[in-house]
Design a protein around this ligand. Structure first.
Ligand code: ATP
Length: 297
């Protein structure tokens, strides 16, 4: 069952077409990354599904129904860092958030602070927190009311590697507890590490979507090396089913359609022709390479 379905969502700011008819579905229980370079429309998309902005065209539905106030309560979100009071503690800040938003209950505050690993520091002033802790407090605020879905815009922006790792762990934990998580990000590495699904946006168009595995692995890339690379190149050029051959330093990159390259068979072929292969490895094309390939003109 899909948690969120977008059908041909379009939005323009005057002459700027920020979204040009985007359709996608977010399956329940996934960590869904919306990836795109700056200005590709990620924030606009999240603002529309959170009812902060109205779309010019198209529809979207949460849990099979058009957006409503009641449904919005099942969605926790973090579009921009909330304004917490610097001189107040985490607990007191969340009390204020809770009373303004009406989400969740005061009893829940300790619970969400435990979830984001800030319970020990719950009585410290917000101003004494690191950036990563501040961001985790913002996520704690979004978790009030036990939302089924969490929508996060660039949740690791500005954080150091430790802060990034903490957010990643938190996302994994929340996902394991059954929360569906939608994340907009331009950090490919982060998306690759934490997301199960990915949609790639480019200047307002959706250019790929699916599981990270599907979007990632569109072709086989085999690294192969022998002492005489010229001879190996000549030999493999005659091998059926190879899409292309590329020299990369002291190795040869053999590319072919997904599932077309069998390393064992290629090794045997080389052996038979008298070339002994000293390196042979299937390379999983990194999302980053794929992303640049998809988004470059
Ligand atoms: P970033 O990662 O830089 O935030 P993004 O992928 O979130 O980018 P959006 O912020 O949704 O992209 O912007 C999409 C396009 O719409 C951009 O060209 C942007 O300049 C433009 N845009 C966004 N908000 C406005 C606005 N309020 N008025 C005019 N143009 C806007």
């Amino acid at each position: 069952m899909d948690v969120l379905v977008l059908d041909s969502i379009a939005k323009a700011y005057g002459p700027v077409k920020a979204l040009k008819g985007v359709s996608l579905s977010v399956p329940r229980g996934t960590v869904y990354g919306i990836l795109g370079p700056n200005g590709s429309g990620k924030t606009t998309l999240l603002s529309i599904i959170l009812d902060v902005l109205a779309a010019d065209n198209g529809n979207y539905s949460w849990f099979g129904n058009p957006g409503s106030k009641e449904q919005r309560k099942q969605i926790g979100s973090l579009l921009e860092t909330p304004n917490f009071y610097h001189y107040l503690s985490a607990v007191n800040n969340l009390k204020i958030t809770q009373s303004i938003s009406g989400r969740g209950s005061l009893d829940e505050i300790h619970e969400v602070l435990k979830t984001v690993n800030l319970y020990e520091r719950r009585n410290s002033r917000f101003s004494s927190y690191s950036l990563g802790m501040k961001q985790r407090l913002a996520i704690a605020a979004a978790l009030l009311g036990s939302p089924k879905v969490l929508v996060l815009d660039e949740p690791t922006n500005g954080l150091d590697p430790v802060g990034i790792a903490e957010i990643r762990e938190l996302i994994k934990l929340l996902s394991e507890k059954g929360t569906t998580i939608i994340i907009a990000s331009h950090l490919l590495d982060e998306v690759e590490k934490v997301c199960t699904h990915v949609a790639i946006l480019k200047t307002g168009n959706l250019i790929a979507q699916g599981t990270v595995e599907e979007v990632l692995a569109d072709e086989d890339v085999l690294e192969i090396a022998a002492s005489d690379l010229d001879e190996l190149t000549r030999l493999l050029s005659a091998y059926e089913g190879i899409g292309s051959l590329e020299r990369g330093g002291h190795i040869l990159l053999v590319k072919g359609p997904k599932g077309s390259l069998d390393p064992a068979a290629i090794n045997a072929y080389c052996q038979y022709a008298g070339i002994s292969v000293h390196h042979l490895a299937m390379r999983k094309k990194r999302l980053e390479a794929r992303f640049f390939e998809l988004t470059s003109n």
